[in-house]
Design a protein around this ligand. Structure first.
Ligand SMILES: Cc1cc2nc3c(=O)[nH]c(=O)nc-3n(C[C@H](O)[C@H](O)[C@H](O)COP(=O)(O)OP(=O)(O)OC[C@H]3O[C@@H](n4cnc5c(N)ncnc54)[C@H](O)[C@@H]3O)c2cc1C
Length: 484
């Protein structure tokens, strides 16, 4: 089967749904949005945030990542395989990045991506997105009050990103997620006729002719795109698909027997992610069920007085369980809560590489956490601060004792050993096809015509906040750039 369209958007996640919708509003010809996973429409486990824990591996690509250089890839690195992408299985923490993040992007060469340039795109996202403050579970209240007892200020994080403590804004209308599939595309039957959403269709190769992208081979045949191919497969699979198509580091491609269409040494490199580590406390009593989502309360710390924004962001988990189950290393005998601080502008860089030239094989993900000493320095300070929560009356009323890491961990070396062995991801990969390295500031892939990238891969550096809001803002801008 061969199909023809004007714009082919590959990857129906946070970014792809926005770009496809915005192009369709301008009637630019036939648009096809490809998504490898199933449709989320009518699937309550995907669209109802409170049913988060019903999601299983069936919603996921099943990737594993290595946390430290040379380590075995053992970390479950959740990546959603469903229309709506990771925003349909995330925790809906929705924080607008501070202006300083975009000023940094601009200083790194992302001309046109400064704070003033990006502000209108936040407002465009908010035209479609309802954001509500998370409910206040008694355990979340204890965490917030403990922060206040330790001298922090109460912050409304919907209004500002600053040092302090408070509740997450959630992109959810009560329980209904406000992922971009739901807010920009549903109901699919009412979409403009020139926008087609093809679910359960995976792109396996971008077709390149005379230095231009002309379409893609997919699991449902060939699709030709007259005007542009737009990649929105996320920070792991956008570089994977590029490399499978001969667009990447030449030697690596040759090692896998792939013909080099364009030598792009930075494809898959500079992978950044928010690295975290857990402290777990047993509570006096059972934790009452939460209303919508197990992550309601947060805390931000500015550990470096000169930093433009907080260096550390916490998630208080009303449970210890990870995305798809218990972590046996964090076993507890009774009810427990967990606080995970993460380094907001982590500097360590990992990479995504191909395991083979077969698109069905998972890519190799090396997170390379702590390769930059900055990250350990801040996480160490953050862990010591976290332990102090139990000195407060509010937290003592909630928690019996710290069970992980427990009192044996005291010295810097003991903390570093614990952090290295127990580090967690906040699932925020970005930067693997960054502006200035792989794409120009108008998101065109260097050296290849008609090929645009519009997802979290293009971030020049990490943002201070959970990244979905920034992804959505970037997608709004990407749509604008395509149209202009
Ligand atoms: C468990 C988890 C919790 C998170 N919690 C939060 C949170 O609370 N707040 C926050 O701000 N962020 C959170 N995030 C991160 C946030 O959701 C993502 O950063 C964001 O969704 C990324 O958007 P994207 O468009 O770059 O990629 P994605 O949303 O991952 O979309 C990529 C899409 O492309 C599809 N695809 C991939 N390859 C192909 C192919 N070859 N052909 C066709 N389709 C393909 C995928 O199936 C997927 O649907 C979380 C992420 C995870 C995994």
């Amino acid at each position: 089967m061969t199909e023809f369209c004007d714009y082919l958007v590959i990857g129906g996640g946070s970014a792809g749904c926005i770009i496809a919708r915005r192009l369709a509003e301008k009637s630019v010809g036939r648009i096809i949005l490809l998504e490898a996973g199933k449709s989320d429409e009518g699937d309550g486990a995907a669209t109802d945030l409170s049913r988060l824990d019903e999601q299983t591996a069936a919603y996921d690509w099943g990737f594993k990542a290595a946390t430290l250089e040379g380590a075995k890839p053992e970390l479950d690195y959740a990546r959603a395989k469903i229309l709506g992408g990771c925003a349909n299985h995330n925790d809906c923490a929705f924080l607008r990045p501070p202006d300083s993040d975009f000023l940094e992007w601009e200083s790194l060469g992302a001309k046109g991506w400064g704070a003033v340039d990006m502000a209108p795109y936040f407002h465009r996202v908010m035209e479609n997105t309802i954001v509500e403050e998370a409910p206040h579970h008694p355990a979340s209240q204890a965490f917030v009050n403990a922060g206040l007892e330790l001298g922090l200020t109460k912050i409304d994080f919907q209004k500002q990103i600053a040092e302090g403590v408070g509740y997450f804004p959630l992109n959810a209308k009560r329980r209904l997620r406000q992922s971009s599939s739901i807010t920009y595309l549903h109901p699919l039957s009412k979409l403009p006729k020139h926008l087609e959403v093809w679910t359960e269709t995976q792109a396996i190769k971008i077709l390149v002719k005379n230095g231009k992208a002309i379409g893609a081979e997919t699991t449902r045949g060939t699709i030709h795109a007259n005007r542009a191919v737009i990649l929105t497969c996320g920070s792991i699979q956008t570089p994977q698909l590029m490399m499978l198509s001969g667009l990447g580091p030449a030697q690596h491609l040759k090692d896998h027997g792939i013909s080099v269409m364009c030598d792009l040494p930075d494809v898959g490199e500079h992978l950044r992610d928010h690295v975290a580590a857990p402290i777990v406390w047993e509570t006096h009593d059972a934790i009452a069920p939460w209303e919508i989502c197990p992550f309601e309360a947060t805390m931000m710390l500015k550990l470096d007085g000169d930093a433009p924004a907080p260096d550390v962001l916490f998630h208080l988990g009303l449970r210890v369980r990870e995305k798809y189950g218990e972590d046996p290393r964090l076993a507890v005998n009774g009810p427990a809560v967990k606080a995970s601080p993460n380094v907001t502008r982590a500097r360590s860089e990992g990479r995504v590489r191909l395991a083979s030239a077969d698109y069905r094989n998972h890519p190799i993900i090396d997170l390379n956490y702590f390769s930059d000493p900055y990250d350990m320095r801040f996480l160490l300070k953050a862990m010591r601060f976290t332990r102090r929560l139990l000195e407060t009356q509010s937290f003592q009323a909630l928690c019996k004792a710290e069970v992980h890491p427990g009192p044996d961990v005291q010295s810097d070396d003991e903390w570093i050993g614990y952090i290295k062995s127990m580090c967690e991801t906040v699932y925020h990969p970005c930067g693997t096809a960054g502006i200035g390295r792989v794409v120009t500031p108008d998101l065109r892939v260097k050296g290849i015509g008609n090929l645009i990238i519009g997802d979290a891969s293009i971030f020049p550096s990490l943002v201070t906040t959970n990244i979905n809001c920034a992804v959505m803002m970037a997608a709004e801008k990407a749509a604008n750039l395509v149209l202009s």
